[in-house]
Design a protein around this ligand. Structure first.
Ligand code: HEM
Length: 426
């Protein structure tokens, strides 16, 4: 699927390119989200084709480890058993679906099995929205969706533009030959945006951003590694995780404390952090939901932007088209909530033949539409578009030659190593 999409990338324009990058980033999340039914018990409760448990205790966890990731395991599973297939996650019987038609039948479901994301509990906490189902989950989502609604999005464009301008200014000081660490810049961009727009906080300086990112990366890669190579309790690996986690925890606690002490004035809009603080009552829920949104906003969008610039750098003819489109549609104007839709438009995508040939739910990078769709999807599109427009209208992006870029399929697909680019001023 990845290869198929790669070959069609040449035809993509700006919006398509962004969608492609988002697809690449979220494919794994999408597959994981497709794993829908979990039944307790140790005997197979249905006739759905699939794997028998390899061991009674771990089910097919060792097979997942052997495949390298859940993503690769699920691809093999569906190749072998078709679009609906089962396996065992420990003692839980799991059914995974893998076709737009089946997704459609599932689109009104809100509840999500907490077991699927248990791996991330040490970071996002047991009280996180990620694990909340039923009345509690829906209530929290009803409140949290408001500061991320279409209407509320308007208030964030200034923040998006300010952070993008800072980045553009920084890149302007670099010389043509300088090698630029792409994913470091893109995750810093996504992190600054989330903190500024949703939590009302800015980092003191870039050193603090880098410290957050470094510790965050340690935590995240350790949790992903735990799926295939569980760490022993009390091991060095666990200690390293705990140290890194305490840095992030400390930063997030300070951000929340600062906001509690400086709530919005009557004439000011409420930010997501304010809504979280007034919606849930327990301190652990407040903290866990704040960190979940910070992670949701940083990890996904940072990687989407990284892939987007990577594909533009490796497809210079598409990059030229994007540049021309920006000039044509915006001239020298910034992106705002009115003109943003002029930039996603690819007339071919809506030709009758194309619409007919595409299943209704073929492209759902933010979840199965319906009830549990990612709350930040509008926010992510808007911030990514502002970033792309601001940088691409000023710079041509090129790859540093001789790199091999391998995708790693964690919760979010990310490059195995840093991607290095160079830029030329336009
Ligand atoms: C390119 C960017 C992004 C992608 C591809 C993405 C994708 C996803 C997906 C696939 C889900 C799971 C949906 C499901 O279970 O059906 C999700 C959930 C979530 N996302 Fe995003 N996301 C992105 C950006 C963001 C941003 C910017 C935020 C924060 C503002 C965010 C916050 C969250 C949260 C909190 C959840 C869990 C919601 C819940 O449990 O109800 N995401 N996202």
């Amino acid at each position: 699927m990845l290869q198929q999409t790669t070959s069609s990338a040449k035809r993509l324009k700006a919006g398509k390119m962004l969608e492609y990058a988002i697809f690449a980033v979220t494919f794994v999340v999408f597959l994981i989200a497709a794993v829908i039914y979990l039944y307790p018990g140790s005997s197979k409760p249905s006739s759905i084709p699939g794997l028998d448990p390899t061991t009674e205790e771990d089910g097919n966890v060792s097979d997942i480890a052997r495949a390298g990731s859940l993503h690769e395991f699920l691809l093999d599973l569906h190749k072998q058993f078709g679009s609906i297939a089962s396996f065992w996650m420990g003692q839980k019987f799991v059914v995974s679906i893998h076709s737009p038609e089946l997704f459609k039948q599932h689109q009104n479901v809100f509840d999500r099995p907490p077991e699927l994301f248990k791996l991330f509990e040490p970071f996002i906490g047991t009280a996180s929205i990620q694990y909340a189902n039923g009345k509690d989950g829906r209530n929290r989502r009803n409140h949290y969706d408001k500061p991320l609604s279409h209407e509320s999005l308007k208030q964030y464009y200034n923040d998006f533009q300010e952070v993008a301008n800072e980045l553009e200014k920084k890149w302007s000081t670099l010389v043509k030959e300088e090698h630029i660490p792409l994913s470091q810049y893109m995750s810093a961009f996504a992190l600054k945006i989330v903190l500024r727009a949703l939590f009302g906080q800015s980092f003191k300086d870039d050193k603090e951003v880098l410290e957050f990112r470094r510790n965050y990366d340690i935590c995240w890669s350790e949790m992903e590694r735990n799926l295939t190579e569980p760490a022993e309790p009390g091991s060095q690996r666990q200690k390293v995780f705990e140290e890194a986690y305490s840095v992030i925890k400390n930063i997030m606690e300070n951000i929340i404390k600062h906001r509690k002490e400086n709530p919005p004035k009557e004439n000011e809009d409420k930010l997501l952090v304010d809504v979280i603080l007034e919606t849930v009552t327990s301190e652990s829920q407040k903290f866990d939901d704040c960190i979940t949104f910070a992670v949701g906003g940083l990890h996904t969008t940072g990687n989407a932007l990284t892939w987007c610039f990577y594909f533009l750098a490796t497809h210079p003819e598409v990059q030229d088209k994007v540049y021309k489109e920006i000039k044509k549609e915006l001239g020298n104007n910034d992106v705002d909530f009115k003109n943003i839709n002029d930039l996603r438009f690819d007339p071919d995508r809506f030709s009758p033949e194309n619409v007919k040939s595409r299943p209704a739910m073929a492209f759902q990078p933010f979840g199965f539409a319906g009830k549990r769709i990612c709350p930040g999807y509008r926010f992510a599109y808007a911030e990514a578009t502002v970033c792309l427009v601001t940088l691409l209208r000023k710079f041509k992006v090129n790859m540093v030659e001789g790199q091999v870029v391998n995708p790693v399929h964690g919760l979010v697909t990310h490059p195995e190593d840093e991607i290095w680019i160079t830029i030329e001023k336009r």
